[in-house]
Design a binder for this molecule. Sequence first.
Ligand SMILES: Cc1cc2nc3c(=O)[nH]c(=O)nc-3n(C[C@H](O)[C@H](O)[C@H](O)COP(=O)(O)OP(=O)(O)OC[C@H]3O[C@@H](n4cnc5c(N)ncnc54)[C@H](O)[C@@H]3O)c2cc1C
Length: 231
Amino acid sequence: MSSGKGRILSFFGGLVLTEATITHNEALGPYRRLSLRGEGLQAKTFEPGDKLQLLLPGDDVRTYTPITWARGETSLLVYLHGETTPAPRWAQAAAPGDILRFVGPQRSLSLPPGPVVLIGDETSIAVAAALHLARPGQVKALLSVADEHAARAAAAAVGLPSPTLLARETNTDAHHLAIAAAARAAGAPGRSIGLCGGAALIQGVRAALRAGGVEGVKVKAYWAPGKVGLD
Ligand SMILES: Cc1cc2nc3c(=O)[nH]c(=O)nc-3n(C[C@H](O)[C@H](O)[C@H](O)COP(=O)(O)OP(=O)(O)OC[C@H]3O[C@@H](n4cnc5c(N)ncnc54)[C@H](O)[C@@H]3O)c2cc1C
C-alpha cells in the first residue's frame, strides 16, 4: 500500500531522490545483500550510522543502512523478517539492472569517534559493519538474533567478522540483562554505546544498562511490532 511520504517523494522525483542501479543481489539465508551503483552517489557524503529512505514499488518507503559508500557504490543488508511486507518482497525480487530511488544518506545513529559498543538485532548488522569498516578494531557488536548461524554468515559477508551473537528465544528480562552484562564486559561505559533494532530490545536493554549504572546510550528504534516503515 502506498504511503503519503512515498507519494510525495514520487511526485518530486529527481528533485529529492537519488537514483542507483542494482548491480548484485546475493541471498544469504534470511538476508539479502544488495549492491548499488550510481553517478549520483558520488556527490553525497556518508558517515557510518546514516540511513537511506528507499522508495519501493507501490510508493512504499522503507529505511536501510548503507554499509560502505565509495566510488559511486554502496551496499545494503536487508533482513527478511517475513515474506509479505514491502521490503522483503522488494529485496527478494530485485534484479541487476533495476533502478532504485532513495533519499539520503541522512544522519540517523551518530556515535562520537573512538571505541563503540553497538547493540542490536538482525536489522543492525549493517550499521555494525559500517562502523567496524570505518573504525577497525574499535567496534564491539552485540547482536540479539534468532538464527546465530545465519547472522554470522551474513555479518562475515558484509565485513563484520566476529560479532558477539546472543540467541534470542523471547525478549525476556533475562535476555536483556545478559546483553547488558555483555556490554559491560565489552568495555561499556568507557566506550560509547549505540543501541538499535527492535523497540522491545531497546527498551529492555536500556533499562538493564541503567540498572547497572550505564547511562548516555545513543538509541535508534529500527522497527516496532505493528508499526509500518518506522523511522
Ligand atoms: C534508521 C533505520 C535503519 C535501518 N536499517 C536497516 C538495515 O540496514 N537492515 C534491515 O534489515 N533493516 C533495517 N531497518 C529496519 C527496517 O526499515 C524495518 O524492519 C522495516 O519495517 C521493514 O519493512 P517491511 O516492509 O518489511 O515491514 P513494515 O511494512 O514496515 O512492517 C510490517 C510489520 O512487520 C514488522 N517488522 C518490521 N521489521 C521487522 C523485523 N525486523 N522483525 C520482525 N518484525 C518486523 C513491523 O513491526 C510491522 O508489524 C532500519 C530502520 C531504520 C529506522
